[in-house]
Design a protein around this ligand. Structure first.
Ligand SMILES: [Zn+2]
Length: 85
């Protein structure tokens, strides 16, 4: 018996053989290029991490890092019309 790994688009649930195809499908739902979609995911991840760190150790530096991460994410979402998505 063989175990087969497949990849699913998180938006439409379509199944693909390769991760790049699923990422490309997800990007298409937001009218983003794969490159911009990956950039958006990275900004979301960095914001979550900065927020988590800020909740554990709140100080001037973690406040600043969290604010900057949010500002970058919001700027990207405005530029690509992703507000509220
Ligand atoms: Zn899809």
């Amino acid at each position: 018996m063989k175990t087969v790994v497949r990849y699913q688009c998180e938006k439409c649930r379509k199944i693909y053989d390769f991760p790049g195809e699923a990422i490309s499908c997800e990007a298409g739902h937001y009218n983003l290029s794969t490159e911009d979609y990956n950039k958006w995911l990275t900004l979301q991840k960095l914001t979550k991490e900065a927020g988590a760190l800020n909740s554990i150790a709140k100080n001037v530096n973690t406040d600043k890092a969290f604010d900057e991460a949010i500002d970058k994410l919001i700027a990207f979402e405005k530029e690509h019309h992703l507000e509220g998505k």
